[in-house]
Structures are given as C-alpha cells and as structure tokens.
Design a protein around this ligand. Structure first.
Ligand SMILES: *[C@@H]1O[C@H](CO)[C@@H](O)[C@H](O)[C@H]1NC(C)=O
Ligand SMILES: *[C@@H]1O[C@H](CO)[C@@H](O)[C@H](O)[C@H]1NC(C)=O
Ligand SMILES: *[C@@H]1O[C@H](CO)[C@@H](O)[C@H](O)[C@H]1NC(C)=O
Ligand SMILES: *[C@@H]1O[C@H](CO)[C@@H](O)[C@H](O)[C@H]1NC(C)=O
Ligand SMILES: *[C@@H]1O[C@H](CO)[C@@H](O)[C@H](O)[C@H]1NC(C)=O
Ligand SMILES: *[C@@H]1O[C@H](CO)[C@@H](O)[C@H](O)[C@H]1NC(C)=O
Ligand SMILES: *[C@@H]1O[C@H](CO)[C@@H](O)[C@H](O)[C@H]1NC(C)=O
Ligand SMILES: *[C@@H]1O[C@H](CO)[C@@H](O)[C@H](O)[C@H]1NC(C)=O
Ligand SMILES: *[C@@H]1O[C@H](CO)[C@@H](O)[C@H](O)[C@H]1NC(C)=O
Ligand SMILES: *[C@@H]1O[C@H](CO)[C@@H](O)[C@H](O)[C@H]1NC(C)=O
Ligand SMILES: *[C@@H]1O[C@H](CO)[C@@H](O)[C@H](O)[C@H]1NC(C)=O
Length: 837
C-alpha cells in the first residue's frame, strides 16, 4: 500500500515536473527580423522595458539598432524601438570601447562615430541573443555582453587581447552624445566625475516619425578596474584635463561628435558599465541605476530578466510533438516580439503630472490595432489595461488619443483614428481595471466630432465634408483643419470602421446614449458612398482582372475621380503611396486590398461583390496575383476573410500559404518591418488558430499549427484549450476542420468570442484532408452589420443606403424599403439562410 501510494505520487510528480520543464524561452530567437528590413530590436530588454541594450550598426536598416548584415558596430546604446520604418528612433548616448589607445595616448584613440566603426567589425559567430541577454565580439577583440533592468542597462566589456603592439591593456570606454539618426540639437551637456568616473549628461533629440523633440538624461557608472584618467572629447580630440562640456550641434549636416571617456589601469578583468536614462533628470537616471542594479551583478540581472520573460510567455503552452522545431520557434519568437513595444515609461513623463500609467512607443497604432494589442489582451490583459489608461490620459492632457506616439511626441497619423479600435476592442473584451471608460468614450466621440487644427498627428481631417457628404472627398475643401490631403478612400474606410467602434461602447457611458449609437452605426456605413459598382480593373498592359465594382475617389461635387485599383499594390513599384503630398487616395496599399476593409459589414460587402463565390474569387485573385503584400498590416485580415463567405477552409489554406513561406524563423525571414511586433502577433494568432477581427468580440477559427494549444488567462487563471484531432504535423493532409465541439457540445460556428479565453473553454477540432461543410452555413458565420441574406441580392445594401438617402452608384433608385438602419445586437442573422457557394 505504502509502496503503491509513493509510486503513484512519483508518477504524478514527474508528470508535473515534465509539464513545468517546458520552457518557452528555448524557442525564442531574438535575431529573427534582424536583417532584410525586419528592423527588429534583437537586444536585451525586459517586457515593455525602457532600457533596451544592443550593439548599434551603421546599416541603412538600423531602426532596431543591431543588424546582421555585415555592417560594423558604431556603439552600444540602451534605448530603442523595434521593427519600425522611417528614421531610426533613439539609440542615445552609445558607449564604445578600446583595449588601449596606441602609445597610451588618448588622442590616438578614435572618438567620432563615423570613423570608430573601423574597430567595429562584427565576428558573426560571436553573437549571443536571448531574452534579456545580448553579446557580441568586435574584430578589435573587445567582447561585450549586455543585459537590462527596467531603466538601466549593464554592459560587460571583456578585453580578449592584452593590447596592440604588446602594450599593456589600458581600456578606454567612451560615451557619445549622439543617437542613431544623429539628431542631437544644441546644448548637449556632459560631465565626468574625476574620482569615480561617473558620467552624466543630457541632450535634446528629434523624434523619429514626428515633428517633436525630446530631452533625455543619462547616468553611467563603472566597476571592475582602477581608473587611470578621464575627461571629455570634442570632435576627434580628447583631454583628461577637462571634465565637463556643453556642446553645439554645429553648422554641419550632423552634430559635432562629443562626449566623455574613462580610462582604466588594467583590462585583465571585465569592466562593467551601468547606464540608466531618464526623461526627467540625470539625478533620476542615477537613482534608477542605483536602485535597479545596486551591485553590478551581471548574472543576477540576466537571471531576473530571463525569469520575467519566462513568466510572460508561459501562459501559452503548445504541444511540440512531431512539429518541426522551426515552427515552434516562429511561434514563441513572434509572441516575444509583441512585448518589446509599447514601452512602459510610467514615472518618466515630463509632460504632465498624473498618477495614471504612461506608455510610449505606440509605433504606430495603425499597425498595432490589428493583432498586436488584441494578442496582448489575451496573454497580458493587465498590461493592455495600463496601455489604454495611458492612451486616455494622453487624450486628457494633450487633447486627443494618439495615432502614433514615440519619444514623448505625437507621431504622424496614417489613416483613421484607430485608437478608437483599440479602446473598443478592450471594452468589449471586458478590460476594466481602473480604466475610466467615460473618458475613453468621450475621447472617441471627440475623434468623430471635432477636427483638430492640425490633423497631421491626431484626430481626423475633413469632418465637415464627412458629415455633410458622408465621405472624404478627393481634393477636399477644408479651411478649419490642415493635414496631408491624400488617402481619401482609405480614410473614408477607416473613419467608417472607427465610427462602428464608437458604437461598440455601452450606451450607459454617455449622457445621450441611444441616439449616439444609432448615429455612429449609420455613419459606419459611409464606406458605401465610395463604392463605384461600374468601376473595372485592368493591369498596366490593359489585361482585365475580370472584376468590376471598386472603391473610387469622389469629388466634393459628388462626381467620381479615378485611381487605378491596382495602384499602391504590391505590383506597383512606381507610385508614392505613403504620406507624401503626391500620395494616392489609399495609404500604403491598393484599392484592391482596401476593398476588403469593411471589418464590420462583410455581409453587405459580399452582396456588393456579387455573392460569396465572387467574393472568394476576388480574395483569391488578391493573394494569388501578389496584389497584396503580407509584409504590411492591411493584408492580415484578408488571409482569414474567407470565413465570412462560408469558406473557413480557404482561410486555413491561405494561412499555410504564407506560413512559413513568408515567415522563416531566421534573421532575414520576415516579409517586412516587424512594426513593433505586429508581424510577430500575426504569426502567433495564425499559428494558434484564432484570428481576431479587432474591435469586435470575434476570433475566426482555423486549426492551430500544433496538436494542441493551452492558453492560461493570467487574471482568471482558467486555461483555454484548442485541440486538433487527427493532427498532421507536416500540414500536408488533415488541415481542414470536419467538426468541432466546444466544452463537449457540437459547435458549428466558425468563430468564437473572448469568453473562450477568460472562462477557459475547450475547443476540439476534428481534422480531415478535405474541405467540409463545417462552419459554412449562414448561422455559422461571424457577426456582420448587414444581413447575410440571399447572398446574391442587394436588398440589405439598398435598405442601408435608403436610410441614409444616398443613391447607389449603379444608377438604381432608392430601394424604398423605408428607414431601417437600426443596429441590433446579434446582428440579425436569419436562421436557416444558406450560403450560396
Ligand atoms: C556576417 O554575416 C553577414 C550576414 O550574413 C554577412 O553579410 C557578413 O559578410 C558576415 N561577416 C563575416 C566577417 O563573415
Ligand atoms: C574590422 O571591421 C571593420 C568594419 O567592418 C573593417 O573596416 C576593418 O578592416 C576590420 N579590421 C580587421 C582587422 O579585420
Ligand atoms: C542653447 O542655449 C542657448 C543659451 O542658453 C539658448 O539660447 C538656446 O535656445 C539653446 N538651444 C537649444 C536647442 O536648447
Ligand atoms: C495542456 O493541458 C492539458 C490538460 O491539462 C495537459 O494534459 C497538457 O500537457 C498541456 N500541454 C502542455 C504543452 O503543457
Ligand atoms: C524544418 O523547417 C526548416 C525551416 O523551414 C527546414 O529547413 C527543415 O528542412 C525542416 N525539417 C524537417 C525535418 O522537415
Ligand atoms: C509599468 O511601470 C509601473 C511603474 O514601474 C509599474 O507599476 C507597472 O506594473 C508597469 N506595467 C507593466 C505592464 O509592466
Ligand atoms: C466636379 O469636380 C471635378 C473636380 O473639380 C471636375 O473635374 C468635374 O468636372 C466636376 N463635375 C461636375 C459635374 O461639375
Ligand atoms: C497609378 O500608377 C500609375 C503607374 O505607376 C501611374 O502612372 C499613375 O499616375 C498612378 N495614379 C493613378 C491615379 O492612376
Ligand atoms: C508572386 O510572388 C511570388 C514570390 O514573391 C512568386 O513566386 C510568384 O510567381 C508571384 N506570382 C505572380 C502571379 O506574380
Ligand atoms: C478527398 O479529396 C481527395 C483528393 O481531392 C479525393 O480523392 C477524395 O475522394 C476526397 N475524399 C472524400 C471523402 O471526399
Ligand atoms: C440568385 O440566386 C437564385 C437562387 O439561387 C438564382 O436563381 C438567381 O439567378 C441568382 N441571381 C443572381 C443575380 O445571381
């Protein structure tokens, strides 16, 4: 009996141990996206940490600091963004190290950033990159390991040779008042304490995707060697006699090099530099350093960071059985990248006094709203609550929700006021924790109602036209607010969806609830006003695509303008499609792709496109002809929109078309900028088998890429599971869902809501080699504002248009069904309706 008991106890124990021995960090490779334009930050950071330590290269693609493309290192800095395009952010106050200066003469060491790179060649096989740790050896035989606490980084310099020409090692470590994009303005300051070698200073820099500037302070201390001397450098000359300096930007195109240095008597032992930054003061930077890393214990800081990452990634556990390890690495590395940005600058905001959290590096919400923030809502809802509180607090003090925010500055808006989607998504998924939703609702309504004088960087433009005409006209007349007058089509589509999102908040949050809800539901149908049913689309050589009916620009006088529906597609490398004054009427994507951006009313869109079969043919054409580009965020949802046409199997097929072909777990494996973790979150959701339609309580179901996935909700503690029966880990057969059960009951809907995660439900998918009828009936389809009725009639469309008094482009008269634009929760799916496929 005793023997039996202990044996079974042993069995139980080893089972528990086996489960606990699953370490997600084994599958994280921070170097994914470190070349080929992924622009990922591959260095050492805590989740959402402000300190991000890495070696910075001179690559033209060094937005994330380090690149694995052969470019040499110019320094080691501790502030970064991740995955962004545009100018590089941050990278302030880099350190650089020499084993000695020739003939022990400091003036023979090379100080300026542009020239010291000749000592910055990278030994490729030396690179160590793990969550919380980055290490690299330069061809100058200096090896540098780095790790990070929240505001403080540790750099451990190891000198592998005793010095050139048999001279003794007298290591010199310099700190440069520069940043990645050489944006320093006048009056950078630096001083070095003769006795301790502590370097402090500050400088004003330019934010990367904005007109703003920010002032950053730093504090650096050293440990590990006796100080030989120290001083400052200006341009290429240095002196140990001078201990402080205020430096001009100079009249050249880049700031004059300048900073401080400390020299040590011996390089026999590693020298550790501890450097912290603060947006408040150098004293606060020093205080962060002293409290966060009091003992300079490198291994202990690595250990703390490792544990922090393990805790963040552990809520998601997948069965690795049979699956190519590269798939698991893809998955967990993608999840890891969702928690580099946004960054937690709570206590570091000099712009206003507040007890609310402050997050920065929402870079940009146009990228993040689609899957990154929805992903964190599942795995780290407490963090998203704090981010939403920060967005709302930014509205309180700056006047508007941001669309993009980095380095304390308002970034440029790309399309709509998409923070509205972030708030709606959090609200309908039950985020509450200290969020003042009244203020959140007021912020969203302000986006819809009040036009900023300068809508470069917040709110919306063209609101007079929007309200009077129901669309943003091309070549609008707007004398109240000013911004780049392009993107009239994509702005109309995004404003429409933003309005739908406003209507997702509970009526109890506003003083005049119901009329607002009705009003925003009605304006959320404005996208229809730019639909030209007669517009064909042909290739540059006039070969027809075979599809008719596209969004088109419309003038103030309600006549149509023209933009080739293929302009700004992946097949168009000629046209300017970003924020240029000559930009097109769609932002960074084509009318073809924006033609699917009606996230709230796929049913009506399907009707417009001639029914589900035509809708599917159009989606296939979009993907198969490379019109879409999976490396930019508008493509994400199009992979899964087959669900709305009753063809969930085609979403699965399309997901496998892109993963891993366009997402290899290698440094050059990402299809484009990671955009702060947006690509990583796309991978994580797609491979988990549940893709969100953000702003709605909807996840579209496809089979996970693993035999099962367990997702433990960090707040409720409940574990949701998706299980694949008949799973084929090679994905060659059995990728299609034949049937499903939810908590043991048959489940035929092709989507599920957020209670799946909070209540820890179990979804069991039975897979087979052929497409089945699972999830294909109208009652199985995800919610849509219009009705999935007939599927080959335009009844609901005519009715919605009649409600707004607009005429259909095809010349049809008003439908005359009477006003019926009412929004009904549950979306009024007709029982028994069939999908015509
Ligand atoms: C290091 O790797 C990069 C990227 O593969 C390559 O461009 C570079 O030439 C390599 N450097 C050396 C010294 O092999
Ligand atoms: C070290 O790397 C730099 C930058 O790549 C290069 O210019 C230099 O020649 C290299 N030096 C040695 C000794 O390999
Ligand atoms: C630099 O300092 C001078 C003198 O105090 C001041 O006039 C100038 O505005 C400062 N420039 C910047 C960019 O702070
Ligand atoms: C997922 O949960 C199930 C049920 O508790 C458990 O048997 C399985 O081992 C878990 N999977 C992983 C990878 O932890
Ligand atoms: C695993 O995936 C990698 C990367 O796609 C591939 O190179 C390798 O051949 C695969 N291994 C197996 C056993 O299929
Ligand atoms: C952000 O930082 C503040 C202050 O250090 C802390 O209280 C909060 O928990 C942090 N938030 C997250 C999500 O880590
Ligand atoms: C409407 O305005 C456009 C742009 O100014 C102009 O080209 C077009 O002729 C106008 N159409 C009518 C009917 O006035
Ligand atoms: C579309 O692209 C073509 C080819 O790149 C270009 O000539 C044209 O100006 C662009 N704009 C429109 C409105 O067609
Ligand atoms: C689309 O692009 C892929 C690779 O980028 C290429 O293999 C394929 O031939 C392209 N298809 C078309 C229709 O251009
Ligand atoms: C499944 O598809 C295969 C290949 O298309 C076909 O040969 C087979 O008959 C199908 N099986 C069923 C049960 O429909
Ligand atoms: C609509 O569907 C009905 C019944 O399936 C069919 O008879 C009719 O031709 C279809 N109309 C159009 C315009 O496709």
């Amino acid at each position: 009996m005793a023997l039996f008991l202990s044996a079974s106890l042993f069995g139980l124990l080893s089972k528990v141990l086996a489960q606990d021995s699953f370490d997600p960090l084994e599958y994280v490779d921070p170097l994914i996206g470190a070349s080929n334009g992924g622009n990922v930050f591959p260095g050492a950071s805590l989740p959402y940490g402000m300190a991000k330590a890495v070696a910075d290269t001179t690559s033209g693609s060094n937005q994330g600091g380090f690149t694995l493309d052969g470019a040499p290192v110019s320094g080691f800095s501790m502030m970064h963004d991740s995955g962004t395009g545009g100018s590089p952010s941050l990278g302030n106050f880099p350190l650089f190290a020499y084993t000695n200066c020739p003939e022990s003469d400091i003036n023979q060491c090379v100080f300026p950033k542009k020239t010291r790179t000749m000592f910055g060649g990278v030994r490729n096989d030396s690179i160590i990159a793990k969550p919380g740790l980055f290490g690299i050896t330069l061809n100058s035989s200096v090896h540098v390991d780095m790790t990070a606490a929240h505001h403080t980084a540790l750099f451990k310099f190891t000198f592998l040779t005793v010095g050139t020409d048999g001279q003794p090692a007298q290591p010199l470590i310099l700190q440069d008042l520069t940043d990645l994009s050489s944006s320093r303005e006048d009056n950078g300051t630096v001083s070095v304490d003769a006795e301790t070698g502590r370097i402090t200073g500050s400088a004003r820099f330019t934010s990367s995707f904005s007109r703003g500037q920010y002032v950053l302070f730093f504090c650096t201390d050293f440990k590990g060697g006796d100080i030989l001397d120290n001083g400052i450098f200006a341009n290429s000359r240095a002196s140990a006699d001078v201990k402080e300096m205020t430096i001009s930007r100079s009249i050249n195109g880049y700031p004059l090099p300048g900073g401080a240095f400390v020299r040590f008597k011996s390089g026999a032992e590693p020298i550790i530099a501890r450097t912290a930054t603060s947006f408040i003061s150098a004293a606060q930077a020093c205080s962060h350093a002293e409290t966060e890393i009091p003992t300079f214990d490198f291994d202990e800081v690595v250990d703390t960071a490792t544990k922090a990452w393990r805790a963040k990634l552990s809520p998601i556990k997948v069965s690795t059985e049979g699956v190519n390890k590269s798939m698991v690495t893809n998955f967990y590395s993608g999840i890891y990248r969702t928690m580099i940005n946004p960054q937690n600058y709570t206590g570091e905001n000099p712009l206003w006094e507040s007890s609310e959290p402050y997050f920065d590096s929402f870079y940009c919400i146009w990228d993040l709203f689609r899957s990154q923030l929805p992903f964190l809502t599942i795995t780290d809802p407490t963090a998203v609550e704090q981010m939403i509180r920060s967005l709302i607090d930014t509205y309180r003090h700056v006047g508007w929700l941001p669309d993009c925010r980095m380095s304390l500055s308002k970034g440029y808006t790309q399309g709509g006021s998409n923070a509205d989607v972030v708030l709606a998504d959090g609200y309908i998924k039950g985020l509450r924790g200290g969020i003042n939703w009244q203020d959140g609702y007021a912020a969203m309504v302000k986006d819809a109602e009040v036009e900023p004088f300068d809508w470069c960087c917040e709110g919306r433009g063209g609101l007079d036209s929007w309200k009077s005409l129901g669309y943003i006209p091309v070549q609008d007349f707007d004398y109240k607010g000013f911004g780049t007058m392009t993107r009239s089509i994509s702005r109309t589509l995004e404003y429409s969806y933003n309005d739908f999102c406003i209507a997702q908040l509970s009526p109890s949050l506003s003083s005049t609830p119901e009329p607002d809800k009705e009003k925003y539901i009605l304006s959320s149908t404005n996208w229809m006003n730019l639909y030209n049913a007669k517009q064909p689309s042909a290739w540059w050589n006039n070969t027809p695509t075979g599809f008719t009916g596209f969004f088109q620009p419309k003038y103030l006088n309600k006549t149509w303008g023209y933009q080739n529906p293929l302009n700004c597609s992946n097949q168009d490398s000629f046209t300017s499609c970003s924020l240029q004054n000559t930009g097109q009427e769609t932002f960074e994507s084509s009318i073809w792709e924006y033609g699917f951006f009606v996230p709230h009313d796929q049913a009506t869109l399907i009707s417009l496109y001639g029914g589900p079969a035509q809708f599917v043919a159009r989606l296939n054409y979009l993907h198969d002809q490379n019109i879409t580009y999976i490396g930019n965020e508008p493509a994400f949802l199009t992979v899964f929109q087959y669900h709305y046409a009753g063809r969930p199997s085609l979403s699965t097929l399309r997901s496998h078309f892109y993963i891993p072909r366009y997402f290899e777990p290698t440094p050059d494996g990402l299809p484009g900028n990671d955009d702060s973790g947006a690509m990583g979150s796309f991978l994580a959701f797609a491979m988990m088998g549940l893709f969100p339609n953000p702003g709605q309580n909807v996840y579209l179901i496809t089979p996970p890429y693993f035999a099962h996935v367990n997702i433990t909700h960090p707040v409720t503690g409940k574990t949701a599971r998706v299980v694949n029966k008949n799973f084929d880990p090679s994905y060659q057969t059995n990728i299609y869902i034949q049937s499903a059960t939810l908590d043991g009951q048959p489940y035929t809907k092709n989507w599920i809501d957020h209670s799946f995660f909070t209540e820890g439900k179990e979804l069991v998918l039975t897979l087979g080699r052929n497409e089945s009828s699972w999830g294909t009936r109208v009652e199985d389809l995800p919610p849509s504002l219009g009705k999935y009725e007939g599927f080959n009639t335009t009844y609901s469309l005519r009715r919605a248009m009649a409600a707004k008094g607009v005429k259909r482009s095809g010349g049809e008269g008003n439908g005359g069904e009477g006003v019926n634009g009412r929004y009904t929760p549950g979306f009024g799916l007709l029982q028994g309706d069939k999908v015509d496929v």
